[in-house]
Write a protein that binds this ligand. Structure first.
Ligand SMILES: Cc1ncc(COP(=O)(O)O)c(C=O)c1O
Length: 433
């Protein structure tokens, strides 16, 4: 038995009317599902803007939105309008950010295996900072400078040797990691010496990212202490502590705010005598709670004595996190958002996998029926971004809501999109002759 959904898991502008119906940004969620179809990502624009402003106020100039959490043109523009830089990790993310009009010098380019093409793109687009991850990348930057004459500003990604208490797939600060230069092995020192002496890059600072969905400020503090101690002799002007601040997904979880996180980091930096500009790259903490996903219930299967399966029209293709990390979510019916939720169900998708589940332990009102719109909150990060079209299920539309208006910022995928990249014309004729 669960009570009504706790409002701290809902977007900032969520409101429940006298009839129990849930709206976000002044838009009724059931109406949005009827109008735009399901599955549907609904983002609260005011919530997104508030979190971006909070990040800028907490860290100052240089703080970047980690676009891997959720990227489309509208999101890139919004983060830029609110004064954030954008962290991009591939040529694709770089392209989308530039396509949206974000100036190159407001971008920070990441990636543990940047290709020649991606580095050339970064230089051509005048990316503000490249975060260098390996000696091979330094070789590539030497070669690039020899042909372009450009000396990009770089940070070096340092692995502090700190375990973050999170899922092993999103922990990156420990020594055994594919990312960065480890402090303990001496690779970090060698990398700084090499980059500082290189004519091909301008070394302006150091960077570390210990992992994602980290709740404990202590883990960040330990990483910053290592980083600050390591950085001190080099006197570089910039230090980025990466992203990774966790968010609550289910009842009973809580996490520090962006402001509290920044205060903890600044405190440790001050104590360690850091004089460099300290910045960060939150992703999840900006976008996760800003969105809910809406689904339509298609099948309710009661297995007596076992469980009830509620199947919806999306699944692991729009939210792979439960399958990848065993992540938990809450669920609710937007038509009865203030109702008690006495009925235990497992919310599953429509894919051909038993593992295709969205909510392992969900609670819903007793009167849930086929045709209901069902919502999962806190789905703004790493859902749309990590989604697929497995089983050729069409990728959902994305809608931004504010002040009673809903604008579709990404349209739903179409059947034509599914065949748009297939060989046609000459190739097809070749086969036919
Ligand atoms: C280098 C880097 N910065 C920032 C982030 C954003 O992390 P989060 O969304 O947990 O804040 C990531 C995520 O993996 C990352 O790899």
């Amino acid at each position: 038995m669960a009570g009504p959904i706790l409002t701290h898991l809902l977007p900032d502008t969520a409101a429940i009317d006298a009839a129990g119906r849930l709206s976000v940004g002044g838009c009724d969620l059931v109406d949005l599902a009827d109008r735009f179809g399901t599955p549907l990502f609904v983002y609260d624009e005011a919530h997104l803007r508030t979190r971006c402003r909070e990040a800028v106020a907490a860290f100052g100039d240089g703080v970047a939105y980690a676009s891997k959490a959720f990227l489309c043109g509208a999101m890139a523009r919004l983060a830029h309008e609110e004064g954030m830089y954008l962290d991009v990790a591939t040529g694709g993310e770089l392209f989308v950010a530039r396509h949206a009009g974000v100036p190159g010098d407001r971008l920070v380019m990441h990636g543990n295996n940047k290709s020649d093409r991606e580095l050339a793109m970064a230089v051509e687009e005048g990316v503000g900072r490249i975060v260098v991850d390996s000696f091979d990348e330094l070789d590539r930057l030497d070669a690039l400078a020899a042909t372009t004459g450009v000396r990009p500003r770089v940070l070096l990604r340092i692995t502090p040797g700190v375990e973050a208490h999170t899922h092993e797939f999103v922990a990156t600060g420990q020594d055994d990691s594919k990312f960065g230069f480890t402090v303990s092995s001496g690779l970090a020192t060698a990398a700084v010496e090499r980059a500082a002496a290189a004519g091909s890059v301008e070394l302006v600072g150091l960077h570390a990212h210990i992992g994602s969905q980290v709740f404990e400020v202590g883990a960040f503090s330990r990483a910053v202490e290592v980083l600050a101690g390591f950085a001190a002799p080099f006197g570089l002007p910039e230090l980025s502590v990466g992203g990774g601040l966790g968010v609550p997904y289910v009842e009973g979880e809580s996490a520090p705010s962006l402001t509290e996180w920044a205060a903890g980091i600044h405190e440790v930096c001050e104590a360690a005598g850091v004089t460099a500009r300290v910045s960060a790259e939150p992703g999840r903490a900006i976008v996760a709670a800003a969105a809910v996903t809406l689904y339509r219930v298609g099948t309710v299967k009661d297995l007596p004595g076992i469980r009830t399966y509620v199947a919806v029209d999306g699944g692991m293709s729009d939210n792979p996190r439960p399958v990848l990390y065993g992540s938990g979510y809450e669920t609710l019916l937007p038509r009865a958002a203030d109702a008690e939720r006495p009925r235990a169900v497992r919310v599953v998708g429509k894919h051909c996998e038993s593992g295709d589940l969205l909510v392992r332990e969900g609670w819903v009102p007793d009167d849930l029926v086929v045709g209901d719109v069902l919502a999962t909150p806190v789905t703004g990060a790493y859902g749309h971004a990590m989604g697929s079209n497995y089983n050729h299920v069409l990728r959902p539309a994305v809608v931004f809501v504010a002040d009673g208006d809903a604008r579709e910022v990404v349209r739903r995928e179409s059947f034509d999109d599914l065949v748009a990249r297939e060989a046609t014309g000459a190739r097809a004729e070749e086969f036919e002759s």
